[in-house]
Design a protein around this ligand. Sequence first.
Ligand code: SF4
Ligand code: SF4
Length: 86
Amino acid sequence: MACRIEPHCNACGLCIAICPVWAIAELPAGVRIEPLLCTECLGYAEAPVCIEVCPCHAISVMDMLTLPPVGGQTGAIQGATKGLMQ
Ligand code: SF4
Ligand code: SF4
């Protein structure tokens, strides 16, 4: 399981700042969660903290069966998160 961001996100960046595993990044297409990095905050909080901080209620838990193809969004976010960690 992982979380996803809905189109009505206003790109405030709160979820990007609070994610403990740097699974969220702002891309040209908008703010996105990398589902292969998202742990649903396991070991960090009792519930996904991004969902709690989102003022737009734009984040929800998604079924892993709806994952996008590997190499699309995944590669872009991995590149963005590497940049944040350097
Ligand atoms: S659920 Fe937790 S780990 Fe997953 S994107 Fe949100 S803040 Fe990050
Ligand atoms: S906290 Fe909500 S509105 Fe702000 S960037 Fe994240 S998903 Fe978008």
